[in-house]
Ligand binder design. Structure first.
Ligand SMILES: Cc1cc2nc3c(=O)[nH]c(=O)nc-3n(C[C@H](O)[C@H](O)[C@H](O)COP(=O)(O)OP(=O)(O)OC[C@H]3O[C@@H](n4cnc5c(N)ncnc54)[C@H](O)[C@@H]3O)c2cc1C
Length: 459
């Protein structure tokens, strides 16, 4: 156990804790099973860039690991300290610093919750489009570190597409400001995009300038219900292929619909259902009609598309799905709540493979997600007392991720590699790709103190 008393010279008493309750709260994220919880030796709550820099520099000198921690809603153990040391909790750095409506930009500290950004800019008619489904409970720093995305990514892109400039503290305590407030730049290596998605392994984000979008004048939302899952996935792929301008396009399978109904008393048809949203400043009716014509090719049981108010009910059920899966089968254990993404033409194939594996092994695998991005979320739920089923569950999980990569996709569309997906990094990027990533990590963090045990399979 490393000696962490050096932090007493860096932060005040009320910014440090070795209490079991605090260490325990920082030992897991949302995706961490109880058996995999791993506490830090100390939790530190810096309140400024200078304090973050002082903690990192002092820890780096002593070879003590530092793991950034925000809201802990990550799925892959990204913020869970693999080697003890310091859990650097960024949630006290939670100010919205400056809103500049004319530039459509906002400066925030990393611990600001996503929903607060939208609140702060709403009066200027603006919003931050790529918020994840967890946007109200996750921080901007966590979203930048995982390159998160959400239901509107199909139209607007992912979090990284909306980050203009960052302030980042490197492992040795030096501070850089990669990116620019200008719309574009060809100036040197793009360190901003290197930090985005680096899961706290290359630097700690202490400030971000985000770009904002204007709220659309017209919003429509609705759902299309299908009798058959293959029809639903084929319809999703065809909506994207046809170039319909959707602002959200999600799919939940019949099992997920039943889970949502049980968990929040929703009244969804227990069938594969596609949720849609449209944003426009004019001509939205034509876009909706065009989409309806594409969907009708796939024998939907019903299509209902209404005004903006319809969106609230639809998305309320979708938001709860991650929790609903856990509540529906209290006696089953999740092998892994996975997130993979494939090119849209491969989306029907991937969902079909998941359901075939579920049937073959008699294991429930609720499947849902940001379908318009070819992004599938799935949860392999096994009976923990049945060793055969647990082993099958692990094999199913590996087979799904490997199939996604084989189809030209990725092991993770939005949750990051963290600890849970490390075994797939080499398959996706090859030995040379992983070696290039390792060279970057070693150059920026030669002592390996920043969030060790993440991303790299051999770390
Ligand atoms: C119900 C539910 C729904 C979800 N839906 C989505 C979704 O739609 N899309 C999606 O992308 N994700 C989703 N997630 C996953 C999760 O919310 C995101 O990964 C989110 O971005 C994590 O933010 P956080 O503040 O909780 O970060 P944490 O979980 O605390 O940390 C995540 C990673 O970021 C690093 N980190 C945190 N702050 C900083 C910082 N300031 N500087 C550097 N590194 C930092 C941590 O070390 C860790 O590696 C969902 C999770 C849940 C529980």
């Amino acid at each position: 156990m490393p000696d962490v008393s050096f932090l007493e010279d860096v932060l005040a008493d009320d910014q440090l804790s070795t209490a079991a309750t605090d260490r325990d709260r920082h030992a897991r994220d949302w995706g961490t099973a109880e058996r995999d919880a791993s506490p830090p030796d100390v939790v530190a709550w810096p309140e400024s860039t200078e304090e973050v820099a002082a903690v990192l520099a002092a820890a780096n000198e002593r070879g003590v690991p530092v793991t950034p921690f925000a809201a802990g809603t990550g799925i892959e153990g990204n913020a869970v300290p693999a080697r003890g040391g310091v859990s650097l909790d960024l949630t006290r750095m939670d100010s919205v610093l400056d809103v500049r409506p004319s530039d459509r930009q906002v400066d925030v500290e990393p611990g600001v919750l996503g929903g607060r950004v939208d609140e702060a800019v709403a009066s200027a008619g603006l919003f931050f489009p790529p918020l994840p489904t967890s946007g109200d409970v996750a921080t901007i720093g966590g979203m930048i570190a995982t390159n998160a995305s959400g239901k509107q990514t199909v139209k607007y892109g992912k979090v990284g597409d909306w980050v203009r400039e960052l302030e980042v503290v490197l492992a040795d305590g030096s501070v850089i400001t990669p990116g620019t407030r200008a719309k574009k730049s060809s100036s040197g290596y793009d360190l901003r995009d290197l930090i985005v998605g680096s899961e706290g392994t290359l630097g700690v984000v202490t400030r971000a300038t985000l770009e904002l979008a204007g709220r659309p004048d017209q919003i429509r939302a609705g759902r299309a219900v299908f009798g058959d899952l293959d029809d639903a996935t084929a319809a999703v792929a065809d909506v994207i292929r046809s170039g319909v301008d959707v602002a959200a396009l999600e799919l939940i399978d019949a099992l997920s619909a039943r889970m949502a109904n049980a968990y929040i008393d929703a009244d969804l048809p227990a069938r594969p259902t596609v949720f849609l949203e449209f944003h426009a400043n004019h001509g939205i009716g034509e876009e909706v009609a065009f989409c309806r014509r594409v969907l009708e090719e796939y024998d939907p049981v019903e299509i209902e598309i209404g005004d903006e108010r319809a969106a609230d009910d639809i998305w309320a059920a979708r938001r709860e799905l991650a929790d609903a899966t856990r509540a529906y089968y209290p006696d089953r254990e999740s092998i892994h709540a996975g997130d993979v993404a494939v090119p849209i033409t491969a989306y029907p194939d991937l969902v079909g493979v998941i359901h075939a594996l579920a049937d073959e092994h008699d294991v429930p695998i609720p499947t849902f997600g940001h379908a318009g991005d070819g992004n599938v979320h799935f949860d392999v739920l096994v009976d923990p007392g049945d060793d055969g089923q647990v082993a099958a569950g692990h094999a199913i999980y590996d087979a799904i991720v490997e199939r996604a990569i084989e189809l030209g996709g990725t092991a993770t569309g939005e949750h990051g590699i963290g600890q849970g997906k490390r075994q797939f990094l080499r398959l996706e990027h090859g030995d040379a790709g992983v070696a290039a990533m390792r060279a970057i990590k070693d150059a920026l963090d030669p002592n390996g103190t920043l969030n060790p045990g993440k991303i790299f399979p051999d770390d």
